[in-house]
Design a protein. Structure first.
Length: 233
């Protein structure tokens, strides 16, 4: 790390107003939210704030009975908190890289663990793949974000977007898949055999297949790997 005098360090690392709107990136791993009202954020993602704010975990029935039962059936869900008030809110997620997407009456599916924050104007719903995927691919679940507003997602490393076109499907590892366009519905491809069950398979036994016209966002690491590493410490 470079050496600075105290004044140089403060000047080099000082928060900067960029005038970009409600969501601004202070750096690739820290999101500044210029809050005046309410925003949804991932539980545990707040690292600092200025001004007057209140944080309230999403109520069990607040999102509606449909989402409540989806969470109950999967044992999982996107864990959200409402930040309400006025000031500057700073959020991050385990040093993951952050990208801001401005939806314009559009929709996108995001892996639930990769949703960092979104404006209250954006509608959301939990979408599940087959139960087989939930059991064998690390408990994956997805969130559909739809409407107009800012969305912040996270990735391990620099994301890459792959185009899906007719006759040219994209096949991914579900644990390395971050997001995909709202018009695509992935199908699960499995290759389960005896070696897989005893832990001697190729490690690629579960794949997501995307067909049609759209895009898929991938990251250069598997989410399950990082979760296991974090749990081992």
């Amino acid at each position: 790390m470079p050496r600075y005098s105290l004044d140089e360090f403060i000047q080099q690392t000082a928060q900067k107003d960029k005038g970009e709107g409600m969501f601004e990136l202070e750096n690739h791993k820290l999101l500044e939210i210029n809050l005046n009202g309410m925003v949804w954020i991932k539980i545990g993602s707040m690292v600092a704030y200025t001004g007057a704010m209140r944080f309230e975990r999403e109520g069990m029935m607040e999102a509606g009975i449909d989402k409540f039962f989806k969470k109950a059936l999967t044992g999982e869900g996107v864990h959200l908190s409402k930040a309400t008030g006025a000031g500057k809110l700073y959020v991050a997620d385990s040093g993951k890289r952050i990208a801001i997407i401005n939806l314009q009456n559009e929709s996108i599916y995001v892996n639930g663990n990769d949703v960092l924050a979104f404006e209250s104007s954006v509608k959301w719903d939990i979408k599940m793949m087959r139960r087989m995927s939930s059991m064998l691919a690390g408990g994956l679940f997805n969130v559909k974000l739809e409407g107009t507003g800012m969305v912040a997602i996270t990735t391990h490393g620099e994301p890459v977007t792959l185009r899906v076109s007719k006759g040219q499907p994209v096949i991914t590892d579900p644990n390395a898949t971050v997001a995909w366009s709202g018009n695509l519905t992935p199908e699960l491809r499995t290759d389960i055999n005896f070696k897989t069950l005893i832990g001697r398979g190729s490690g690629e036994s579960i794949q997501s297949v995307y067909t049609g016209e759209g895009f898929v966002v991938i990251q250069p690491s598997e989410e399950v790997y990082y979760m296991q590493q974090a749990g081992s410490h």
